[in-house]
Design a protein around this ligand. Structure first.
Ligand code: BEZ
Length: 211
């Protein structure tokens, strides 16, 4: 059965381009993004890994460790990284799992047999410091993901975890956020000194607390 939000993300040990990794040890007490690709030396994947490398500072700022998965062997990954660095003008310094035996792919349900019997689709999991799954997204092989959106969701998840606020449709960093229903308006006024705007009793906004 596939992993659902709130499930514990299974631990594993894997061979990667940065050596042997124990997933939980790699994550430590921070957040994680685990994401799969159909295959090495493919065009969309090359741009995705390049984009992720270019956003490494953004992931680090949010205390997020990134880990990619592809079912190709280690030597192929190492050759591909050279191409990614050359063509995307980056330095890929996050690990890519050599999941030749599809252990991680099967553990995380990354193979969707009606799309491909053998290759992983574009699955992405955000994992919280409690090792629980906070976000799952699945894209088809032919569509490159929007990694700015992944960062936006991580910002929203971290705001909810730290301040009990939610984020409205199309929210962007710096815009007002929503007081979660579990917090009464009376408590919200005490909790959010920048102010609470009550549009309806169930729809209350406050400026982003960590800005
Ligand atoms: C790829 O680059 O990974 C890809 C592109 C088109 C179809 C399937 C995969």
């Amino acid at each position: 059965m596939s992993l659902r939000l709130g499930d514990v993300a299974p631990n594993f040990k894997a061979t990667t381009t940065a050596g042997e990794i124990d997933f939980y040890e790699y994550l430590g007490n921070g957040w994680g993004v685990l994401f799969s690709h159909p295959a090495d030396f493919t065009p969309v994947c090359t741009t995705e890994l390049g984009k992720t490398a270019s956003l490494q500072n953004e992931f680090a700022k949010r205390n997020v460790k990134v880990l990619a998965v592809s079912v190709d062997p280690l030597d192929k990954h190492l050759g591909w990284i050279k191409d990614i660095n050359e063509t995307q003008k980056v330095n890929v310094d996050f690990p890519i799992i050599a999941d030749e035996n599809r252990i991680v792919a099967n553990l995380y349900g990354m193979i969707h047999p009606n799309a491909s019997e053998t290759f992983t689709v574009r699955s992405l999991f955000v994992i919280g410091p409690d090792k629980k799954v906070k976000l799952t997204i699945t894209y088809p092989a032919s569509t490159g993901r929007n990694f700015v959106e992944v960062l936006r969701v991580i910002d929203s998840l971290q705001l909810t975890a730290n301040y009990s606020v939610a984020t409205p449709a199309d929210w962007k960093e710096g815009e007002d956020v929503i007081v979660v229903p579990a917090v009464s308006t009376e408590d919200a006024i005490k909790k959010f000194p920048k102010g609470v705007k009550v549009v309806k009793p169930y729809l209350r906004y406050t400026p982003q607390p960590n800005k």
